[in-house]
Design a binder for this molecule. Structure first.
Ligand code: NAD
Ligand code: GLY
Length: 364
């Protein structure tokens, strides 16, 4: 039997949906209440399929379940691979009443979600995230899409799922490098919006990095609660939601420069948050003590301390210029006013940004 530890709601009026968090949910939790028609297409990848596809199929009793198995990797988050999902849907004659199911990490979730947003002008989908990063971030909030060689996540759509099912048992098979990557997004919530969570993380991060199951379930719940609240307040990123991108402008530049798949998304976000903390301190928004507090937590999570060797301030500035947050040609960044309070602004002294870039590129 399963143990459902928590349920949260992303409040979006008649498009509200639950986030169910627990152990042993895969295969035992009946997800058919979230399926409108009689057919389901599970989208997964070659790594996750042997681990969890059979169990996931068990969540849809009485429905006809098809599957499409994608190649694994951020480098496949592209048009060509997305088309494999459309090929499978059309070859097997799925109609507008089908439901897509994303089973995997954030790459599968973003691609299955984008396929659901666009197949026959939009069909429902369900998120079953299986990495820590996807459980605390990418499965919630309805951002879907693929990469372009010139910029990360540049092609996509907002499309909210019907439900998110988080089985914390799936973390047991996660490769070691993926855990710190997920913790980066967990720490993000403490830094941008939740000082009490940040303090809890400071006392818990070693246990989390050591795979403490109860601690991870708590971290997932508190992260999802924070994200659900922000998404409910600003679904389409008219303002507030952009704070969820702390460190991402620097991080996306790192991922694009290194080549998709070389740096994990969470690793790049971790280093990006170090850079955002540094810039916030140089601008006098936060104290050196707070900068160090944030840095210490990120490093204790086991994340990289500097961008890739050879990456220059010029590389950063060129890649950051295509960030989605930018408006009217000016660069917008998420900065911290204090630990637990973020601001999105283009009103900062660019010479300080250059100081941050030179500082980090020198230490790489
Ligand atoms: P990922 O999807 O590449 O998964 C990491 C690796 O773990 C992959 O090799 C995957 O096959 C494997 N894997 C997944 N679950 C596993 C399990 N339980 N056991 C063993 N192996 C498993 O990476 P990710 O960190 O989950 O997601 C990163 C992606 O998410 C990026 O593309 C990023 O842009 C996107 N993202 C999207 C949002 C959003 O709001 N849509 C937010 C954050 C990140
Ligand atoms: N990961 C950023 C967002 O969902 O808005």
């Amino acid at each position: 039997m399963y143990e459902q530890i928590h349920e949260l709601e992303v409040g979006l009026g008649d498009r509200s949906y639950p986030i169910m968090i627990g152990q042993g949910l895969l295969g035992t939790k009946d997800l058919t209440p979230f399926v409108a028609g009689d057919r389901v297409m599970i989208v997964t990848n070659e790594t996750v399929a042997p681990l969890y596809l059979a169990q996931a199929s068990g969540c849809f009793p009485g429905r006809k379940v098809d599957t499409v198995v994608l190649p694994d990797g951020e480098q496949y988050k592209d048009w060509k691979t997305l088309n494999l999902i459309f090929d499978a849907l059309l070859e097997r004659k799925h109609s507008r009443s089908t439901t897509l199911v994303a089973l995997g990490g954030g790459v599968v979730g973003d691609m299955a979600g984008f396929a659901a947003a666009s197949y026959q002008r939009g069909v429902p989908f369900i998120q079953i995230p299986t990495t820590l990063l996807s459980q605390v971030d990418s499965s919630v909030g309805g951002k879907t899409g693929i990469n372009h060689p010139l910029g990360k996540n540049m092609i996509g759509a907002f499309h909210q799922p019907q439900a998110v099912l988080i089985d914390t048992d799936t973390l047991a098979t996660l490769p070691a490098r993926e855990l710190p990557a997920g913790l980066a997004e967990v720490i993000k919530y403490g830094l941008i919006r939740d000082p009490a969570f940040l303090s809890w993380l400071e006392s818990s991060v070693d246990a989390l990095a050591g795979m403490d199951r109860a601690g991870l379930a708590e971290a997932i719940y508190r992260s999802c609660a924070c994200k659900a609240e922000v998404v409910s307040l600003d679904e389409r990123e008219g303002g507030l939601r952009a704070i969820l991108n702390l460190g991402h402008t620097f991080g996306h530049a790192i991922e694009t420069h290194a080549g998709y798949g070389q740096w994990l998304h969470g690793e790049a976000v971790g280093t990006g948050m170090l850079m955002a903390l540094d810039l916030s301190a140089r601008l006098g928004l936060i104290s050196e003590t707070d900068r160090l507090r944030g840095e210490t937590l990120i490093l204790r999570a086991g994340l990289p301390t500097a961008p890739p060797a050879g990456m220059t301030p010029k590389n950063f500035l060129e890649l950051m210029a295509v960030d989605k947050k930018n408006t009217g040609g000016s660069l917008r960044l998420v900065l911290l006013r204090s630990l637990g309070d973020a601001v999105v602004t283009s009103d900062f002294d660019e010479s300080k940004l250059r100081e941050t870039l030179f500082h980090f590129c020198r230490s790489a």
